[in-house]
Design a protein around this ligand. Structure first.
Ligand SMILES: [Zn+2]
Length: 172
């Protein structure tokens, strides 16, 4: 890749969109993770500019302010996550391919589970036991330790991603 990957900063009320951008591997910060601030809009615009993140919001006034301040920002009108994704894919030519690289909960990167991770997971009930015994590939978040695997939910993720990509193509 010659161009740096897009990074995002996503406003409140867009939790599902945040998870999807992380499923696609994009570094995505959430407004929900910021310290409470009396002037959150200014904070968001500062972060977008300083960290070169694309600000995503449903708040038109915030997006207008961010653009005036020189940040990259995009307004999403729909409250349907598929419409939101299509809009971002079209505007930023995103690679909408799900990959096991980023934690949907905390945005940190994932790594393949080590033997020590597996031992730890065996003691918790987070992962169904057969996965631990089948030597199915598991990933764990470097930061929060959440475990990931490609179960039935993964097939749904792939299916939805295909649908979003296809409807985007039809709209062109
Ligand atoms: Zn995590």
């Amino acid at each position: 890749m010659n161009h740096p990957a897009h990074q995002f900063l996503v406003d409140r009320m867009l939790g599902r969109l945040i998870a999807w951008l992380r499923i696609f591997g994009y570094d995505t910060k959430s407004a929900l993770d910021l310290e409470p601030s009396s002037d959150e809009d200014t904070r968001l615009i500062d972060i977008a500019k300083n960290e070169r993140r694309i600000l995503v919001s449903r708040d038109r006034a915030l997006i207008d302010r961010a653009k005036k301040a020189g940040a990259d920002a995009i307004l999403v009108g729909s409250d349907d996550v598929r419409d939101q994704l299509e809009k971002l894919i079209e505007r930023y030519r995103l690679d909408a391919d799900p990959n096991m690289t980023r934690c949907t909960v905390c945005n940190a990167t994932l790594r393949e589970a080590t033997k020590a991770d597996l031992e730890k997971l065996k003691k918790s009930s987070e992962v169904p036991e057969h996965l631990l015994n089948d030597k199915e590939t598991l990933w764990v978040c470097e930061k929060c330790g959440k475990a990931y695997w490609r179960g039935s939910h993964w097939r749904n993720i792939l299916k939805t991603a295909e649908e979003v990509k296809n409807s985007h193509k039809q709209a062109e």
